[in-house]
Design a binder for this molecule. Sequence first.
Ligand code: NAD
Length: 245
Amino acid sequence: MDNTRELETLQQWIDDSDNIVFFGGAGVSTESGIPDFRSQDGLYNQKYDEPPETIISHTYFMRKPEKFYRFYKDKMIAPDAKPNAAHKKLAELEQAGKLRAVITQNIDGLHQDAGSKEVLELHGSVRRNDCMKCGAHFDGVDIVLNSSGVPKCPRCGGTIKPDVVLYEEGLDDTTLYRAVDYIRAADVLIVGGTSLVVYPAAGLINYYRGHKLVLINLQPTGYDRQADLVIAGKIGQVLGQIQVR
Ligand code: NAD
């Protein structure tokens, strides 16, 4: 598909702004080799005994931690993944003083790896873990990946829980409010790589008050009609073509 005109418009809006906010989801990391949930080859279309939304729920974690961790270690942690052109361009835009924040539903930490500083992780991160018994905190993924079965706290033997928002769990209020503030104040809001069906995250778009809402996604979303610019394409390829000046 020829996106030349849309890309020109996006470039112009980026050139003219120093208050861009990015809001993204799993599609931002598919070009880094991490599967999303709802694409054709996403996790929801792979075959498991139980649907992923059941396995990565709070109830399931509490009742069947062994099976939870089998799925989680296999499918949710990608220690070798590297930032792609989308992560890198967003970091560059922030560095240039044009982008204020990245708000992400992702839990993979790739925005930080690319150099982004202001990253609001709505759904937490696989790189932070806490002991449910003594509260000890463990950075990184090693405590989980180096364990067999359910990871246990080296200090007290309690079960380790990743700092990831599971289904049935609420989002962190402070992160959510900060995200709302950034979006409300944004001049350009770029939304990409998200099916926009997971709430309350998807509803954040409704706080945007400007007239430069850009959607970059492979598949159509329910918000396409609300957008001022829709670019159907791979986000790494699209943002990779943007000049920072
Ligand atoms: P989703 O799987 O529901 O939707 C992904 C969307 O991105 C789809 O509409 C797809 O068409 C689009 N997409 C896929 N690759 C793309 C690309 N290269 N360029 C542009 N668009 C692309 O993901 P979601 O909306 O983020 O919701 C799923 C939930 O699962 C979120 O909470 C998310 O954080 C979590 N999740 C996170 C990761 C991760 O951290 N990398 C991976 C899988 C799921």
